[in-house]
Design a protein around this ligand. Structure first.
Ligand code: FES
Length: 111
């Protein structure tokens, strides 16, 4: 269990999640619409083991729609399923932003 350094906050946008591989795990990172916060969640849709990276991100609701069978997960609600066919919440990870050398760096907590 620990925090992993991922990237500079300036590399992230609010409207398109970006893929990173952290400790062997593919995750998506996107800036939250409000606050100085970053959402981090699995790139793998648990309905049929497909990547979410080309899914539609709704920054207002913090929801990702799977591009394959349209399952919807709410990241702000701990990955809760909002629309079938998925039925298991998507893993969501804690993030932290740390100041390093006058730059905001994003860390993700993986257990
Ligand atoms: S693989 Fe995501 S909804 Fe089917």
């Amino acid at each position: 269990m620990s925090y992993f350094k991922v990237c500079s906050l300036s590399l992230l946008s609010i409207d398109k999640p970006q893929k990173f591989t952290v400790d062997g795990l593919e995750i998506l990172l996107v800036k939250a619409l409000t606050d100085n916060k970053v959402w981090a969640f699995d790139n793998n849709c648990n309905h049929s083991d497909k990547p979410l990276e080309k899914g539609r991100w709704d920054p207002e609701k913090a929801e990702i729609t799977c591009p394959f069978h349209k399952a919807v997960f709410n990241i702000a609600e701990n990955g809760a399923v909002k629309q079938a066919p998925a039925c298991i919440p998507l893993p969501v990870y804690q993030t932290e932003i740390r100041q390093e050398n006058n730059e905001n760096i994003v860390y993700v907590f993986l257990d």
